[in-house]
Ligand binder design. Structure first.
Ligand SMILES: [Zn+2]
Length: 250
């Protein structure tokens, strides 16, 4: 009998989006940085993101998503078969995502952490589904719902912001900024893969992504950054290294 470890690559981090391009816009620089640092990362899109106004169809969007995952260095990208534009938190959606967590066994899951007014309501539903799936992933005595995949306890759950404004999420105790100075261009290249979503008429989006990353980074003394929320307070084993992350060990 083969184990999950043999069948599916075991990942350090999985980022979950509602649509292909969410994850790139929200935390593409961080994912590319994690890969540089030797971690194995995966992306799960809950829907194929189609239809959209300018796309020829799901095949094109999937090809764009595959190209973007390649630029970031993702080991895995999974597109689940949930419906775009009418994504709703449901038992079935929670189980579908939890099964992916049980296969790929990430230590950390990153996903939506807030509503996105004026953008797709699928994002808010994606947050509910992800929260529940993180919990479902570790539940015992429920194997029949998960194709008998072994339980997996995710150790940390983080929230990203999708919007371009570099604001923080209200009501959470631990915000932190990841330095993406080395991977900002990779992030933008990954978003550029979505030509159906960001045609020449929407080229301003790339400037806004760059501007938001620079502003987020500046607040933490980095050239560029992405802000996250930890759903639990973050601890520190070394106050100096936490307070001065760029300090070189001497
Ligand atoms: Zn989206």
């Amino acid at each position: 009998m083969t184990s999950t470890t043999d069948q599916w690559p075991q990942l350090d981090v999985i980022a979950v989006g509602a649509h292909p391009d969410d994850v790139e816009i929200a935390c593409g620089g961080t994912l590319a940085m994690l890969v540089k640092q030797g971690y194995r990362i995966g992306i799960i899109d809950l829907t194929d993101g189609e239809p959209t106004p300018l796309s020829a169809g799901p095949e094109i969007r999937l090809a764009e998503a595959k190209a973007a995952a390649g630029i970031l260095g993702a080991a895995v990208r999974v597109t689940l078969d949930l419906p775009n534009r009418r994504l709703f938190d449901s038992f079935e959606a929670r189980v579908l995502l939890a099964k992916e967590f049980r296969k790929y066994r990430p230590k950390i899951v990153i996903g939506f952490g807030d509503k996105t007014p004026l953008a797709s309501p699928d994002h808010w539903q994606a947050m509910q589904i992800t929260d529940a799936a993180v919990f479902y992933s570790r539940l015992t005595k429920w194997d029949e719902h998960f194709d008998n995949l072994p339980v997996h306890a995710i150790q940390s759950q983080l929230y990203f912001r999708l919007a371009f404004e570099p604001e923080t999420l209200a009501g959470f105790p631990s915000h932190f900024t990841v330095d993406i100075s080395q991977t900002l261009e990779q992030k933008i290249e990954a978003v550029r893969c979505y030509q159906t979503q960001f045609p020449p008429g929407k080229a301003h989006v790339f400037d806004r992504i760059r501007g938001a990353a620079m502003l987020c980074g500046a607040a933490a003394n980095f050239a560029a950054g992405e802000v996250f929320v930890s759903t639990r307070p973050l601890g520190s084993l070394d106050l100096v290294k936490t307070a001065l992350p760029r300090m070189q060990a001497t």
